[in-house]
Design a protein around this ligand. Structure first.
Ligand SMILES: N[C@@H](CCC(=O)N[C@@H](CS)C(=O)NCC(=O)O)C(=O)O
Length: 216
């Protein structure tokens, strides 16, 4: 059965592949699973039909027969658990790889999102001069710790896994900030992820949606 995912009809990131459907597309491309995409406007995302799938009225969702999932991490994990290629088969290594999905989403992503949200909503406020650098510092602390753990390795724990896919997508949110520049191994790590043919196919697919919507 071909899974159906949801994505923005017109992504606010203008095709930069930052929206979270990109994680799901990349995972599906890595395992060679064809998929369909249902595009949604912001209005449609908040309507009851979509909220029945996603209680918070967001993208992405994932439907496969009777299964409906929301939360990009849960979807990536589901794909990785049901197809070969994104998780080791050996139990201990598999758990460690899953560990990195959670680390990306619950330890590395939150300070990045907090910084991003403050930049969008508070940067013209008087307190931002103090608050902004503090949020930068929280991100830097996590990047320093991650950089130390990655060291000179290609991937976080052995072969490329769903943990790396999720972590690369989280780090990509910093692409336009310059914050990654102090960590050459993290820059190289992100570049390695982006160079994967499956990433390229997923990126092209989401960009095509934006291009069609904007008529460029
Ligand atoms: N924790 C959720 C976050 C989902 C999320 O924030 N989706 C964004 C797009 S990347 C969205 O739908 N934003 C529109 C909105 O919240 O109204 C996940 O990882 O799937």
């Amino acid at each position: 059965m071909t899974p159906i995912i949801t994505a923005f009809e017109a992504s606010p990131d203008r095709g930069k592949g930052q929206a979270r459907d990109m994680r799901v597309r990349w995972a599906l491309e890595e395992v060679g699973q064809p998929y369909e995409v249902r595009l949604l406007s912001f209005k449609a995302m908040k309507e009851p039909a979509h909220r029945a799938l996603h209680p918070f009225g967001q993208i992405p969702t994932y439907e496969e027969g009777e299964l409906a999932l929301f939360e990009s991490g849960a979807i990536v994990l589901h794909i990785a658990q049901h197809h070969a290629g994104l998780l080791p088969t050996e139990a201990v290594a598999r758990s460690r790889a899953i560990n990195w999905i959670f680390a990306a989403l619950s330890t590395v992503e939150p300070p990045i999102i907090e910084r991003e949200a403050a930049w969008f909503t508070e940067r013209d406020k008087p307190w931002y001069a103090e608050h902004g650098p503090m949020l930068d510092e929280r991100v830097r602390r996590r990047l320093g710790e991650l950089s130390a753990r990655l060291g000179e390795h290609d991937w976080l724990d052995g072969a490329f896994s769903a943990g790396d896919l999720t972590m690369v997508m989280v780090l990509r949110r910093l692409s336009s900030t310059g914050l990654l520049g102090a960590y050459p191994n993290l820059l190289a790590y992100v570049a390695r992820g982006e160079a994967r043919p499956a990433f390229q196919r997923a990126f092209a697919a989401q960009l095509a949606v934006f291009t069609a919507a904007s008529g460029t």
